[in-house]
Design a protein around this ligand. Structure first.
Ligand code: GDP
Length: 297
């Protein structure tokens, strides 16, 4: 069965924060995620081809890590929440300094607040001559969101996702926020976590990107994810580098599932393959019955 045993405090080890980037369309979410990913690849050891796997980890100068969900916008965030997955530890809200606080910015803020996820504001596009970061901070203050410059407690940093100006400091503030959360997980057990995305690759079969949130996932483990299951045949990091095992809170692409689970599905490693298959098919059957029922109504 799926074990949900509470961890002893001494088994809990610090883990990287998982960050989602949200904000209004065109305010620079994708640019920020791309800048961070590319800067990290250049600084990184293997520097190979980066694959878009839906999530990636960055290591800052002092070895501290941040895991980014690489799906900008709050669709992914809400889709995951709708499936009961609480994945995000910190929300980075990107606001263009040459624009206003727009409807989707407000939506992103309410999503983060509803989920109880702390926010860090990235006031973006400060390289633009018309940028007015103070106007944005004033707008936030009018929404009862006081950033540090305005005497409040919410972290914010002025950045340019284009030139990279301020991005390092923004990430440092994300880490500061993460420190307050004292994020921990037990790496010494069968892995569990959440599916970020999955697709069918012509040559390799089903590829699923998952976030390991507890335990350690290894080649050969039997995974149950939503209505699918399978033995992990191979694992790759966001650089496309083959890896043998992965602990919390890192993203990884795995091969071996018999289908594509949905974003936000939980995954668990089970001790025995038959059981994983049984639960997956039972779930698939329930799922089919449910959709028949909803079609009738
Ligand atoms: P998203 O819709 O929030 O993901 O926004 P994008 O990252 O796609 O950016 C929208 C547009 O703004 C693109 O043309 C970017 O090149 C541009 N952009 C994003 N960040 C900056 C920035 O810091 N400075 C400038 N000048 N342009 C930016």
């Amino acid at each position: 069965a799926i074990e949900e045993v509470e961890d002893a405090p001494e088994d809990l080890k610090p883990r990287a924060p998982i960050v989602t980037v949200m904000g209004h369309v065109d305010h620079g979410k994708t640019s920020l995620l791309d800048y961070v990913r590319e800067a990290n690849v250049i600084a990184g050891e293997s520097g190979g081809i980066t694959q878009h796997i839906g999530a990636y980890g960055v290591t800052l100068g002092d070895g501290q890590k941040i895991t980014f969900l690489d799906t900008p916008g709050h669709e992914a965030f809400t889709a995951m929440r709708a499936r009961g997955a609480q994945v995000t530890d910190i929300a980075v809200i990107v606001i263009a300094a040459d624009d206003d606080i727009m409807p989707q910015t407000k939506e992103a803020i309410s999503h983060a607040q509803a989920a109880g996820v702390p926010m860090v504001f990235a006031i973006n596009k400060i390289d633009r001559p018309t940028a007015n970061p103070d106007k944005i901070k004033e707008g936030l203050a009018n929404m009862n969101l006081l950033v540090e410059d305005w005497g409040g407690k919410i972290q914010s940093h002025d950045i340019s996702a284009k030139t990279g100006d301020g991005v390092k400091e923004l990430l440092e503030k994300v880490l500061l926020e993460a420190e307050l959360l004292e994020l921990k997980a037990n790496p010494d057990k069968l892995a569990s976590g959440t599916v970020v995305e999955a697709f069918l690759d012509k040559g390799r079969g089903y590829v699923s990107t998952i976030l390991v949130q507890a335990g350690t996932l290894q080649i050969g483990d039997y995974v149950l994810a939503g209505t699918h299951s399978g033995k992990v045949k191979a694992m790759y990091d966001e650089r496309g580098k083959e890896i043998q095992k992965v602990g919390p809170a890192a993203p990884v692409s795995i091969l071996g599932l018999d289908g594509a689970p949905q974003a936000g599905d939980k995954f668990n490693v089970l001790a025995d393959e038959r059981e994983a298959k049984q639960i997956a098919s039972k779930r698939a059957q329930l799922f089919r019955e449910q959709s028949v029922r909803t079609q009738r109504h």
